[in-house]
Design a protein around this ligand. Structure first.
Ligand code: HEM
Length: 110
């Protein structure tokens, strides 16, 4: 009986972990958005707008991150290229980017 109970708990745990929504699901290259720096500035996370940040030419969506409430994070603001800041001023460096989805790439304006 005890073994059956353990089996049920195990099966439940395994199925629950398989159902976890993943924030970092890879978006295929041809579906990545392309934004100029000027367009990126719209996505500042304020007034319900999504919060995007650019690092090394890639754009990440931090809208669902609790660390980026209203587009702000430890004195930094979304809607910008934060390459220099994340490398030279953050304690975590580039590693935390793997926790948020990459949704696009930065392109040159006309
Ligand atoms: C003084 C500057 C900064 C400090 C003290 C800081 C600190 C933190 C802390 C404490 C966390 C969550 C805890 C953890 O690392 O596990 C975090 C997460 C994160 N930070 Fe920073 N950070 C700084 C700057 C930046 C900058 C400039 C960027 C720009 C791209 C950035 C991007 C992120 C991202 C993407 C996450 C992960 C969010 C998530 O998991 O939902 N951080 N940061």
């Amino acid at each position: 009986m005890k073994r059956l109970y353990l089996m049920i708990v195990l099966v439940l745990l395994v199925s629950l972990s398989a159902c976890q929504p993943s924030d970092t699901t890879e978006i295929p290259d041809d579906e990545l958005v392309e934004l100029t720096l000027e367009e990126l500035s719209y996505y500042d996370g304020k007034n319900g707008r999504p919060a995007y940040i650019a690092v090394n030419g890639d754009i990440y969506d931090v809208s669902n991150s609790v660390f980026w409430m209203n587009g702000g994070h430890n004195g930094f603001a979304a809607g910008q290229d934060l390459t220099d800041a994340i490398i030279n001023q953050s304690p975590h460096g580039l590693s935390n980017l793997s926790r948020v989805p990459k949704i696009g790439i930065l392109v040159e304006g006309d």
